[in-house]
Design a protein around this ligand. Structure first.
Ligand code: AMP
Length: 429
């Protein structure tokens, strides 16, 4: 390709990467805030962590037999020859930070929330992207079924606060180290007797539990009689699970038992759950999570358990759209300023500064537009009030104030603009 042809080629975002532009972007940010509020209400505090980590963290933390580590990571060497990986999920990084900074030796449980992008090299489709954002929590350090129930309830509270209703909570127990190894062997010998394709057979040998989650009808049909972990739980895992369910009932969180639910990450033990939305098509999981017993120690920390969830923000937005829930925030500022002439522009700039300082949002007409064009821009901005300053107004030290809803126009002395706008906006609610 010639240099010229290269320059004229249209630039596009990489495949499978969503852009969010206004007004949808405001909804994205608002959804993140609402989900985080639910976490803050339960005492979770925010963390901001790196978007890339040493590759070894994810291999150890997420598990070599997972699809994520096996084929979906964005791994690259940096210029110092280190192997780095863009964050494919949050839990491993959160646990790394907790251990690195010794939070696992302090007040427990450590309760943290996070929100930000993750990267997986997956086949893009609706609800599945190569960069996506997750909001989630981790509660690390205390083995208490009430804490598992709290994590579930925080996720549910967030979804409810967003106005969503078309989701279902599915829950299961993946057992503990007292029952899981024996169950794994039992399941594996069942799977070896089935008529499975080579890839699934290999998957069964690597991680038999994952096969239970296979969505293909020909596989599902053969799994009808598969042994279920819930029937083989150790006494302690069983008691833990029953107590989690009891707490959920106490919290008024509805659930359905889903004995074949396993998730795509190796670290889960005991409680595991998923929020499934009916309006999302094939990628129906809004979010999910669970309890983990070995991860903190595996990553060099104390032998402490944890529990967490993550919710996908892209799918949350798709679910809001599927339920026809209108965005709450129109994104517009309440005041729009139109100045005609250089001197008026100067006055308007300082007026805008004073209004913003008083917490009143203002946008201005930029470029040297005539009154008519500037008023069109004011109209498009969605602002409730328009302030106009031209030569005549400068001479009389006044601004014209137009209420865009009633069409009514009045004059306000320039020194009174801030207080007048504040009281008009308070009146307008
Ligand atoms: P996981 O970390 O795999 O348990 O996923 C948790 C949630 O993140 C899912 O329920 C989705 O909402 C979201 N998620 C995971 N992978 C993707 C993806 N490739 N594109 C969009 N959202 C995703």
């Amino acid at each position: 390709m010639t240099e010229q042809a290269k320059k004229s080629q249209k630039l596009q975002a990489p495949k499978g990467v969503p852009d969010y532009l206004p007004p949808e972007s405001a909804r994205f940010v608002a959804a993140k805030r609402v989900l985080a509020e639910a976490a803050e209400l339960a005492g979770y505090r925010p963390v901001e962590l790196p978007v890339f980590e040493d590759t070894a963290l994810y291999v150890r933390g997420v598990g070599a037999s997972t699809d994520i580590v096996g084929k979906e990571m964005y791994t690259f060497p940096d210029q110092g020859g280190r192997s780095l990986t863009l964050r494919p999920e949050w839990t491993a990084g959160v646990v790394r930070a907790v251990v690195e900074h010794g939070l696992d030796r302090g007040q427990l449980p450590v309760k943290l929330w996070y929100a930000g992008p993750c990267f997986r090299y997956e086949r893009p489709q609706s609800g599945r992207y190569r960069q996506f954002q997750q909001m989630g929590v981790e509660a690390i350090g205390v083995d208490d079924p009430a804490l598992d129930a709290e994590a579930v309830a925080v996720a549910e509270e967030g979804l409810r606060r967003l106005g969503l209703g078309g989701y279902r909570l599915e829950i299961n127990s993946l057992g503990d180290e007292a029952c899981r190894p024996e169950y794994r062997e039992r399941l594996l010998s069942f799977l070896r007797g089935l008529d499975l394709d080579e890839a699934t057979r290999q998957r069964a040998e690597r991680n038999p539990l994952r096969v239970l989650d296979d969505k293909r009808p020909e596989v599902k049909a053969q799994l009808v009689d598969a042994p279920l972990l819930v029937d083989h739980l150790s006494d302690s895992a069983k008691e833990h699970f029953e107590t989690v369910l009891e707490h959920l009932r106490g919290l008024g969180v509805a659930y359905s038992l889903s004995p074949k639910l396993v998730r795509g990450l190796d670290y889960y033990t005991k409680t595991t759950f998923e929020f499934v939305h009916t309006g999302l098509g094939a990628q129906s999981a809004l979010g999910g999570g669970g309890h983990y017993d070995g991860l903190v120690a595996d990553l060099g920390g104390q032998p402490l358990p944890g529990v967490g969830f993550s919710i996908g923000l892209e799918r949350t937005l798709l679910a809001l759209a599927a339920e026809g829930i209108p965005p709450q925030d129109s994104g517009s500022v309440p005041v729009f300023g139109v100045a005609l002439g250089a001197e008026a522009k100067g006055r308007m700039t300082s007026l805008a500064g004073a209004l913003r300082e008083a917490g009143i949002g203002v946008d201005l007409a930029y470029g040297d537009r005539a009154l008519k064009a500037a008023m069109r821009a004011a109209d498009r901005s969605g602002a409730r009030f328009v302030l106009i300053i031209g030569e005549a107004e400068l001479a009389s030290e006044q601004a014209q104030l137009k209420d865009m809803r009633s069409g009514e126009q009045s004059c306000v002395p320039l020194p009174d603009v801030v207080s007048e706008m504040a009281s008009r906006l308070a009146e307008a609610g």
